[in-house]
Write a protein that binds this ligand. Structure first.
Ligand code: PEP
Ligand code: MG
Length: 578
């Protein structure tokens, strides 16, 4: 019998392989009393467990291949740091002493208390950090209960080509997986923003998360199919289904090889329009992918990652150094540095962002936060301006929503230039200043922003969130996230027209720009500059080179007049077929 299960596809690609069920089993923790004269021994037992846990994580960290992305290493480091934190060291010891209970029970009490604090947080990103507490505590509990080999043992066996099915995976698991040649993984928990999902994408492993109870429906060693794009898992498939997915796999492989040929080719439509394809980056390490994809530059450098996972704030000198590294690595390709977009789902430890507000996405975020906190903003403006002396650089401001904000930012930039002049520090006086259009109010008044800026960039991730009133990281309302909603398309069109009327370039750097199903529609809407994840760039380029913008325009205009989702999809299919 064929069983088909669905979850959230978080990393595309098709895998066919034998299921390997990771059954780590629930850890049952029981409370028992410790006599007063044995409390010291119990504390020592707890300390030894912490020591073993540290040793295990350090050993895993030591096995990370040198080319592993920094964010994966950071996950492991976070867990190592948590083992030093008093919340997991001193507090459980105190509980052992005051409650006269066993170490396991003390640790469980502390874990429950911490998880409760995380769960009460408004911010979805922080809420998910409770997973880290859980992973670290489970590791210590296994050691205390002498079940320490359970986790690693299952992953250490040879798993080349297998598909791992687990309740959840820790960052440490992910590092081990990299060694084992896993073909894909499926987890019962986790959302698109979970660590598991982030790691899957960075390892380019097909992955589906949030498939509850999958290990009840699928047996160990059963041959299964995972479609990481659609979020589908199929077991007990007939030969025809296997043949179909094998042919999809072959197509994918052929397509990847064919796409490589396009690397050095320009992105020109059949009717001769030159399209600029740039890439989005978050850190220096990403530049290698930008170059490998043959991107024309970086259309979005998210600088907030410089501020994360630390307690202090990077100053001007540190920022200048980081930006200079990226400029140098790009070797003459243009770099668009976005000013800080902290707040909402991107919180930091240094306390600049407000965690108390009930609706962080509508709160003190991005340019609002920077204008409120000039000691945060000014050093960044100085660092970006100074970086512009080193290579082609553009400055881009996120989340603009009204004219006052724009005027204040432009005045601050002018002031910073005067300051640098006085100090005799170099910068590019012609560095283009642009703004992101990602709030519906800004899209509706895009003419004003276009009149005062050198370029605009449409941030569809937020534009869709704010237009449709859906939290982009809330799994419960993800189904409403619709780039094809007529309101969204009308706003995008409006911004592109505003740019054209003002004679300035309009780019798109939200996820929609890198989704091949929308490439032709965006061309038809008049978009000429795209910025996306490097991994999607060649596919988008191949669609562009096969398109004729003159044919796309009338169909796109027809689509813009539609309101009914079925008809919009049908027109999109028609656009794809011409
Ligand atoms: C966007 O909102 O589309 C965007 C690119 O910015 P971010 O995803 O960083 O909010
Ligand atoms: Mg945004």
């Amino acid at each position: 019998m064929t069983v088909q299960l669905t979850g959230i596809g978080v990393s595309r690609g098709i895998a066919i392989g034998k299921a390997h069920l990771l059954q780590r089993g629930e850890i049952e923790v029981l409370e028992y009393a410790i006599p007063a004269h044995q409390l010291d021994d119990e504390i020592n037992r707890f300390r030894r467990a912490l020591e073993v846990a540290r040793g295990q994580l350090n050993a895993i960290r030591g096995r990370i291949p040198p080319n592993t992305r920094v964010d994966i290493i950071d996950f492991i480091d976070t867990h190592i740091l948590m083992l030093e934190d008093s919340t997991l060291t001193i507090v459980p010891e105190h509980l052992i002493l005051t409650r006269r209970c066993n170490a396991e029970w003390a640790l469980k009490l502390q874990r429950d208390a911490l998880v409760q604090v995380f769960e009460a947080m408004d911010d979805a990103y922080l809420r998910m950090r409770k997973d880290d507490v859980d992973h670290v505590v489970t590791r210590i509990l296994r050691i205390l209960l002498s079940r320490q080999h359970e986790a690693e043992e299952h992953i250490e066996v040879r798993l080349t080509g297998s598909i791992l099915l687990a309740d959840d995976l820790t960052p440490a698991d992910a590092v081990l997986m990299q060694h084992q040649g896993i073909a894909a993984f499926v987890t019962e928990y986790g959302g698109p923003l979970s660590h598991t999902a982030i790691i899957a994408r960075s390892l380019r492993l097909p992955a589906v998360v949030g498939v509850r109870n999958i290990r009840r429906f699928i047996r160990d060693d059963e041959l299964i199919i995972v479609d990481g794009q659609r979020g589908v898992i199929i077991a007990g498939a007939d030969e025809r289904t296997f043949d179909y997915y094998r042919s999809l796999q072959d197509d994918e492989l052929r397509q990847q090889r064919a796409l490589q040929q396009l690397r050095g080719a320009p992105a020109i439509t059949r009717d001769g329009l030159h399209i600029d394809l740039q890439a989005n980056i978050e850190m220096l390490d990403d530049v290698a992918d930008v170059v490998a994809a043959g991107a024309g530059g970086v259309g979005l450098y998210r600088t907030e990652f410089l501020y994360m996972n630390r307690e202090d704030t990077p100053g001007e000198a540190e920022q200048l150094e980081r930006y200079a590294e990226v400029v140098r690595a790009l070797d003459g390709l243009p770099l668009t540095i976005r000013t800080l977009d902290l707040g909402a789902d991107k919180q930091v430890d240094s306390g600049h962002t407000s965690r108390q507000c009930t609706n962080p996405a509508l709160g003190l975020r991005a340019v609002r936060l920077c204008l409120r906190n000039l000691s945060l903003f000014r050093p960044q403006l100085r660092a970006i301006l100074r970086a512009s002396a080193l290579g082609p650089t553009r400055l881009m401001v996120p989340m603009l929503s009204n004219s006052q904000e724009l005027m204040q930012v432009l005045e601050l930039i002018a002031e910073t230039r005067r300051e640098l002049d006085r100090e005799g520090l170099a910068y590019d006086a012609k560095m283009p200043i642009g703004g992101m259009i990602e709030v519906p109010a800004a899209a509706l008044t895009a003419d004003f922003f276009a009149a005062h800026l050198d370029f605009l960039s449409i941030g569809t991730n937020d534009l869709i969130q704010y237009t449709l009133a859906i939290d982009r990281i809330d799994d419960e309302v993800n189904y409403l996230y619709d780039p094809l909603h007529p309101a969204v398309l009308t706003l995008i069109h409006r911004v592109i027209e505003a740019g054209a009327n003002a004679g300035i370039p309009v780019s798109m750097c939200g996820e929609m720009a890198g989704d091949p199903q929308y490439t032709r529609l965006l061309l038809g809407l008049g978009l000429r500059d795209f910025s996306m994840l490097p991994s999607t760039l060649l596919e988008v380029k191949s669609i562009i080179t096969g398109s004729d913008s003159r044919q796309l325009r009338p169909l796109t205009e027809e689509l813009l007049l539609e309101f009914e989702p079925g008809r919009i999809r049908a027109l999109l299919a028609k656009i794809a077929a011409i």
